[in-house]
Design a protein around this ligand. Structure first.
Ligand code: SAH
Length: 260
């Protein structure tokens, strides 16, 4: 069945409205009609079964027939700070991390960043990544939307780290893989994990040392140097395996989506 994204403000107890691009996709591309059933997701942790009721210009009205917590929400908060990458690479990483259940995508400017967009909401690709986050939510049937944060610099990143149970900086110069630092059984206690990944040029020795001094774990992803996009996926998959819902120790989610 088809999934559509609906703004939470457009969902009432028994009615919902789909507008804009989603409405035209439903009508003009998929050619769904009155009486057909679809799933609605609003990014707040629930999904809704709904019957198409009225097809109007620019909007579709639906009758909600069922509501249940979405199964596709990670039981822990994994936030990923990604060193700013060139061209479309950031877009690709944002999409892949949204698929892996990352709750927050934080673009990071570090010492060796090749691209340095000016900070400020309109000056970089936040809007594009928000759209990607919605697309991934629909495609993965995930119930919460990956949020897109403002650009931060490395110093702010280290300060932000205090808010997490665990901060892990992936560095090819590290000596340990993630599992050797802490046994899996103990690792599942962490409720919030900050994953930090470098740009194409990687992190400097000074950055790695500063992160370690700030209490971040330094983790190595095997003996090969991975491309930044590969490393991001590998790192978040390993973290979701150890702490989240990809591994054998996964927790079932019978509570609402945890928020920061
Ligand atoms: N500085 C490197 C490449 C950096 S790769 C060079 O050019 O030689 C980009 C990012 O991917 C790194 O900053 C790191 O966060 C991650 N990464 C890639 N390979 C890794 C590995 N083997 N272990 C840990 N992190 C890795």
């Amino acid at each position: 069945m088809r999934y559509f994204f609906v703004d939470p403000s457009q969902i009432a107890t028994s009615r919902a409205v789909i507008e804009g691009a989603e409405a035209s996709h439903l009508k003009n591309v998929l050619r769904l009609t009155r009486g057909e059933t679809v799933f609605l997701v609003d990014g707040s942790g629930f999904e809704y079964l709904a019957l198409i009721d009225r097809l109007l210009p620019g909007r579709v009205e639906l009758a909600i027939t069922d509501r249940k917590p979405s199964a596709g929400i990670a039981p822990i908060r994994v936030h990923a700070a990604q060193g700013y990458l060139k061209d479309k690479k950031m877009d690709r990483v944002a999409r892949q991390l949204a698929e892996l259940g990352v709750a927050r995508f934080i673009p990071l400017i570090s010492e060796r960043a090749v691209v340095r967009p000016a900070s400020g909401p309109s000056s970089f690709r936040q809007e594009r990544w928000r759209k990607i986050s919605i697309e991934a939510l629909k495609q993965c049937h995930r119930g919460d939307l990956m949020s897109i944060e403002d650009l931060i610099d490395f110093k702010s990143l280290l300060e932000t780290g205090r808010r997490y149970d665990r901060c892990i900086l992936f560095w090819e110069g590290g000596t340990h893989a993630l599992t050797t630092q802490q046994p899996v059984g103990a690792a599942v206690e962490a409720q919030s994990v900050l994953v930090v990944l470098g740009p194409e040029g990687g992190f400097s020795d000074q950055e790695a040392a500063a992160a370690e001094a700030a209490g971040f774990w330094i983790a190595k992803l095997g003996p090969r140097i991975l491309r930044a996009e590969t490393a991001a996926v590998a790192a978040c998959a390993i973290v979701q395996y150890l702490y989240g819902d990809l591994g054998p120790g996964q927790k079932s989610l019978d509570k609402e989506c945890p928020t920061a």
